[in-house]
Structures are given as structure tokens and as C-alpha cells.
Design a protein around this ligand. Structure first.
Ligand SMILES: [Ca+2]
Ligand SMILES: [Ca+2]
Length: 355
């Protein structure tokens, strides 16, 4: 696999479906959230607006929350890039308290927030930074009523505020209007994230805050095995060591929504240290897909005992990989995932993705 962007990561980031099933939102009237045909990608953009008000205040918030199994990370430069198109407008001269921002919420044991302002009534960034909240400008800040394209390296932001090894759990778009005889409008389109599907595939980064155990971005199947960071590595300093005895355990990451792509391949080094020949024993790399709403699985079997049988059926296909059952050497697993899937399940449409 490779660094890329998938529509499932920032779901409905093109804002073409107005069903609201991907983004959550709430508002204080007369602020509203809708679609606009003033767009940069396809037909619609997100439209968060507050019409001219003669008293009171209003706001609207649109947000997505990422579960820990599919949350995002920015552990090194350009590991995670957010891109979006946006257009901001307010009432010039009406005063300070009219604005819109993108809010990024990172967590370890605590929550850290970065507010990136698209615009502010007086063209100054409000707020005083604290150890948990930072106020900065979006590239293009100060422009009004003209589409901007912004690209943000999340690592740069994290690094600037000394956010080390945090997890991005939530993104918000927010508008506020507290001035009389003034309105605010924010349009957003083509909101996407570019990163690696498995967050940290190097197993160099451990999580010290209980979000993950031990590897950042990965969850354990059962916790009944012994999963640890080993200094015996193929790349970098460490690898993931999964050892089980009378148990079944592993590491997983899901909620990836990786679309069909002929270049989709595995690029993975494995080392089988020991495998018992008696009883049921096996080691495999498993991939789960959704095909027309049905779960489908490919198990790349690295090694197994004779008692473990691999019988293909309508939902599971087993593939014994090159180097199967060899121990004591690093082996590169390079499979064309798309080709393997098409041979295994003969999909008649492109209605499938890796889950
Ligand atoms: Ca659009
Ligand atoms: Ca490594």
C-alpha cells in the first residue's frame, strides 16, 4: 500500500450527499448548515452560514469523530496531510466577534485542541494559547469571498506545539457570529486526508497513554497473547513481536475503506521464529473486504501446522505465501491485493473495498 487519500477517511469530504450520515452537526438558529452549488469539486460544497442578524448570536458546528481503530496520526513530517478548499466571508467593519475555524482535536491521556481560523472579523487571531489549546491561522487567512486551497501538514502543527505522538480523534468546522447587523458564511469542499492506510506500519512508535497497546494506531485482537516491541527488526529499530501459546492474538486496524485500485499491493516483511507442528497452529496476515455489503476475507498464511486446515469457501480465501513455513529469515510479502481479490471472489462490479 502507499500514501494516498481515500474518500472513506474524511467521509463525504466532497459534500455531494446531503444526508448528514457522515458529518454530525448542530446549530443555534439563525445559523444553518446546508449544501451550496458554489463548489470546487463536483456539484456541491458544505455551506455553513449565519444571515445578517440585528441582535443576539448564532453558531453552527459540523464534525466527524474517528474511533481509535481508525484514528489518524502524524508521527513524522508529511505522514498526514489535510487538504481542503474553503471560502470565508463576514461583514467587514462590523467588529471582531465573527469568525470560522477548523478545529483539530488530538488526544493522549488528555485532549489538545488546535483552532485554525479561516477568518476573523478584525483579521487578528483571537485567544491566548494554553498548554491544551492553540489558536493559529489557516493558510489564506484574511481572504474573503474567494475560494482558497489549503494544505496542512499535521506533523508541523503537532511539532510547533510540542504535541508528541498524539492521536487525531476529531475534526470540526465552526462558525460564530456575535456582532449586530453582520453575517458569516463558510463554504468548504474537497476536504481530504492523505496518509498511509495502516497509520504506522513500522512499529517504531509505542503508545504510552493507553489509547493503544503497545503500537500507535493498532489494536489487539484479544490480549491473550504476548505482543511486544522487538529490537529484532527488518527496517528501523523495532518490529512487532506476536507470540502466543494456547491462545490466539494479533494486531489489527480497520475502518480503512480502501477502494479498488490495481496498484494496491502488500509491502510487508515477516519473520516466523517458531511454529509448532503438533496441534492447531498458524500465523497469517488477514484482510477483510466488503463486497456488495458482504464480508469477504483473504488470509495470507505465513506458516501452519498440519492440523490447521485451509479450506476456501464463499467468504474466505487462503493463500499460502512465498516462503510459507520457513523459519528464521525475513521474507518480503508482495501480493497484488486487487488481483488476489478478483481471482478469489470474481466481483462483477467495483462495489468492493478493504475494510
Ligand atoms: Ca463537492
Ligand atoms: Ca520497524
Amino acid at each position: 500500500m502507499y500514501n494516498t487519500t481515500y474518500s472513506g477517511w474524511i467521509e463525504d469530504g466532497d459534500f455531494e450527499t446531503g444526508t448528514g450520515d457522515a458529518w454530525n452537526w448542530y446549530n443555534l438558529s439563525p445559523a444553518y448548515v446546508t449544501q451550496s452549488t458554489d463548489s470546487t469539486l463536483d456539484t456541491y460544497s458544505l455551506n455553513m452560514s449565519i444571515p445578517n442578524m440585528d441582535n443576539g448570536s448564532a453558531y453552527a458546528r459540523t464534525y466527524e469523530i474517528f474511533p481509535s481503530a481508525s484514528a489518524y496520526h502524524a508521527l513524522y513530517p508529511r505522514m498526514n496531510i489535510i487538504e481542503l478548499d474553503w471560502k470565508y466571508n463576514d461583514t467587514v467593519g462590523a467588529g471582531p466577534s465573527q469568525y470560522a475555524y477548523l478545529r483539530l482535536q488530538f488526544t493522549n491521556a488528555s485532549t489538545y485542541t488546535v483552532l485554525m481560523y479561516f477568518g476573523y472579523g478584525t483579521d487578528t487571531i483571537p485567544g491566548i494559547n494554553s498548554t491544551s489549546t492553540y489558536y493559529i491561522s489557516m493558510p489564506g487567512f484574511g481572504s474573503r469571498d474567494v475560494w482558497q486551497h489549503s494544505e496542512v501538514d499535521l506533523y508541523e502543527i503537532c511539532n510547533e506545539f510540542n504535541f508528541i505522538n498524539l492521536t487525531l480523534r476529531r475534526i470540526d468546522l465552526y462558525i460564530y457570529q456575535g456582532m449586530y447587523d453582520a453575517g458569516v458564511e463558510l463554504l468548504v469542499d474537497d476536504f481530504r486526508m492523505m496518509t498511509y492506510p495502516t497509520s504506522d506500519p513500522t512499529f517504531e512508535y509505542v503508545d504510552n497513554w493507553g489509547n493503544y497497546d503497545p503500537f500507535t494506531g493498532w489494536l489487539k485482537y484479544s490480549g491473550t497473547g504476548d505482543i511486544s516491541q522487538s529490537t529484532e527488526s527488518h527496517g528501523g529499530h523495532y518490529s512487532a513481536n506476536i507470540t502466543v501459546e494456547n491462545a490466539m492474538d494479533g494486531l489489527f486496524r480497520n475502518g480503512l475503506y480502501i477502494d479498488v485500485d490495481s496498484a494496491l499491493g502488500t509491502d510487508f516483511w515477516w519473520y516466523l521464529d517458531d511454529i509448532q507442528s503438533t496441534g492447531v497452529a498458524y500465523a497469517s496476515i488477514q484482510m477483510e473486504f466488503i463486497l456488495s455489503g458482504m464480508n469477504r476475507y483473504i488470509h495470507y498464511v505465513l506458516g501452519k501446522s498440519a492440523a490447521y486446515t485451509t479450506t476456501n469457501d464463499t467468504s474466505i480465501k487462503y493463500i499460502l505465501v512465498d516462503g510459507f513455513n520457513q523459519t528464521g529469515t525475513w521474507t518480503h510479502l508482495t501480493r497484488n491485493i486487487t488481483a488476489d481479490f478478483e481471482i478469489a471472489f470474481s466481483p462483477s462490479t467495483n462495489d468492493w473495498y478493504m475494510y
